[in-house]
Unconditional design. Sequence first.
Length: 908
Amino acid sequence: MEDWYLTTINEISEKLSVNFGKGLSSDQVHEKQAQYGKNEFSRQKKESLIRKILRQFKDVSVLILLLAAILSLLLALRSGHGFIEPAVIISIVIMNVILAITQEGKAEKALEALADMNSPSCIVLRDGKKQQIHTTDVVPGDIVLLEPGVMVPADGRLLESTSLAVDESSLTGESEPAEKDAAAELSGGLPIGDQDNMVFMGCLVTAGRGKAVITATGMETQMGKIAGFLGETQPQKTPLQQRLDRMGKVISVIAILSAIVLFAVGLRQGMEIWNLVLLAVSLAVAAVPETLALIVTLTLANGVSNMVKKNALVRKLPAVETLGSVSVICTDKTGTLTQNKMTVKSLWVPGSPAFCDEEKLSERQMEFLRRLALASNARPETGDDGETVVLGNPTEAAVIRYALTKGMDLAPLEAQYPKAGEIPFSSDRKMMTAILKDPQGGYLILTKGALDRLPFKPQEQELRSEINEKHDSFAAGALRVIALGSRRVEELPPEDAWGELERDLTFEGIIGMIDPPRPEVAAAIETAKRAGIRTVMITGDHASTAAAIAREIGILSDGQKVITGAELAELSDDDLHCSVRDYSVYARVSPEDKIRIVKAWQSRHEIVAMTGDGVNDAPALKAADAGVAMGKAGTEVAKSAADIVLTDDNFATIVEAVHEGRNVYSNIRKTIYFLLVCNLSEVTGMLFAQIAGWGILVTPVMLLLVNVLGDGIPGLHLARETSDPRIMQNDPVDKGASFFAGGLMYVIIQQTIAVSAAMLTAFYLGSFVSIGSGFPPSHGIGQTMAFIVLGWTSFLHILTVRSRSSIFKRAILDNPPMLISVLAMTLVFALFVLIPPVRDLLGLTAIGPYHWLVILGLTLVPTAVAEFEKLLENHTNILAYRNKIVGWTAIWRKPAKETKNEAADICP
Ligand code: ADP
Ligand code: MG
């Protein structure tokens, strides 16, 4: 390895054959990409197919299935009557594994694609042009530009630096940012932490600017060499998946207990022991919803890819769920609620009336505008199409565009006042200072920023009040106001004392610009409100400006208040805990205040989404339940701290993502409703038939056919359910609430009773009642009828679980693949009975047309009950008793949400 920090810049230029002024050419980039590969850590080897298959066998339900297969094989060997049963069971085990692996693969692909999209980007110089590229595409020889908030994409040698500082704690453990200097001349044997002219991959630029030439990428970087960093972290299960796992365990226990009961009862009835063992095992299989975990994974993956389509990149899977329960959205104003396309509307300098619109500017006003332009960094540039565009900070761009329309020529102005330095803008300071060399000697200090932050020299009371009056009238009209102050000094203090320059300013004037709200924002806020979600605005702008816009888009309504950063600082945490609900707008706040706002809402048991873009926003993004970073305006730091990234920086996207999150949750509930009813009915039915002495209700093979084939395949389409139209009209679900909250347990029990009753009736009629001639009642007919009723009710049931409103109301056609698979399965199940060889293979018995009619009638019963129930639900007042039952069945109650009294503990 070469010691790049010892190499001179010229040597590097030669070695890497790169022209530092222009960067690599595209040909060189291709060459180097072929030579060095991607700038990433070599990914862990893909799991092999064998390992994937083996992993499936870690699943309890698969193990139980396998046990069933082995037992039935032993049984077949002993009795010698055919290997059909074990063969069928084994092929079902295989089908289950294939289903799981292919569907998992689909989910994995979706998530992988996401990881690629999430790859951070950086700005490099190639072909003489600045380009934004994915950090994975960086090659040795690339020239990268460094500024605060940028993550260094690979190891590099500095070419230029101005007060550059880099946080290298991830590499060296040193918590203070390291100061970097391109010009540092170093001698050999230095540790990484002392290589001041180098920057390293994964470290964060915290201050200053710089340019570096990349010397090593991917595994060759210092980061790449650190062992342990390489092992990719296993994807974690989301809280929902964890809770499902727990539920799965409860179900397994139920299954085992029922198996024991069945075994005991059968033993007393003198059943053959081997048959009993097999039956008991199959019952356990029947009770376990084999496809549940799979459908949940698919639902999550599907939610993630839907969010991507709506411009929300999910960085952490659990965020999909959290989003569904968000109850407060704290959002930045500029750029998220507004368009960040500012246009100057008015300006004022003392001594003349406020100026608006198209009039000609007086010489004094023109002079003010010139100074304002000099204090701005944004500059016009001619684009490829010959049009002039103004690049840079939107606030400054507005000033420059305005100056251009007033016919100002910037080039001679800049030549006349060459720039000597700058104290940069930050959201904390809310002002910036340009230091210019005055042609008449000395320096001209121009400070622009928030009026209340600029340190003016003492003014006469009259002027002061006139300034305030003008400022307030601008702000009340929703204008963002920038004030300009100036000062002249003979000599400059040393750079680290430049702060002293910002005092005793002479007031020059103010300028007001409009930043119109995004057109879709008002509707999104309204949608959120209806969905029980509170939207809170956070901005560095003046309170009046913020309030005016907040009112316009519906954030600030009567009775709600605006609070400024200064007022916020006066409040204790307890005060804020008590009053946080009163404030809808936080004005003139710094990024540091955001974390207090998040915590205050959380102390009121709210689930908070918080937006952010700057380096200082990272802590608040982490503290929030759902941290949301801006994809365009955001720094890499903000993005890596966030749970989701908005690729369009748009508030409305957050609301869309919440919608999608709720949809995921609701689809998972539907899946549970769907699968549990089927599994529980099987268990109940079999227990009942055994205890009643009717014999075996359905055979193990039949159970497996229903569970894996009959439910599994249509069930997969539940993962792709489009959203219930009413999903954004309810309050958010409590994060800790049980899946069964809101009466789900009640309908599950009710449907279980209905389905098992239908099944048992079918069995009874088939076994003991003569229906139609030519088909004397027999155990075989009873089993066959129970089997078809079980399968068919299940197919109808999936249509029931789709919506709380009637299946007739909800278009059955809005999920065509599901409908197709339901129809196909209905037919397949009928064919099982109708095709003689298949019938024999599966142990079914031929039945007559009247049997089919009975089956059809019984199949409709559970759905009819469900539909009747839905009807009642819309007239709840008729049935108070029903609500009592619903209440009673909600064993897993929501954790009591905060009541007024609870808050009153510490609040007045
Ligand atoms: P927001 O949170 O709405 O993005 P900022 O923190 O960017 O607000 O800006 C806060 C205040 O700082 C503005 O109201 C304005 O007075 C001032 N300001 C914003 N941009 C600049 C700039 N480029 N130069 C000087 N002052 C600025
Ligand atoms: Mg801003």
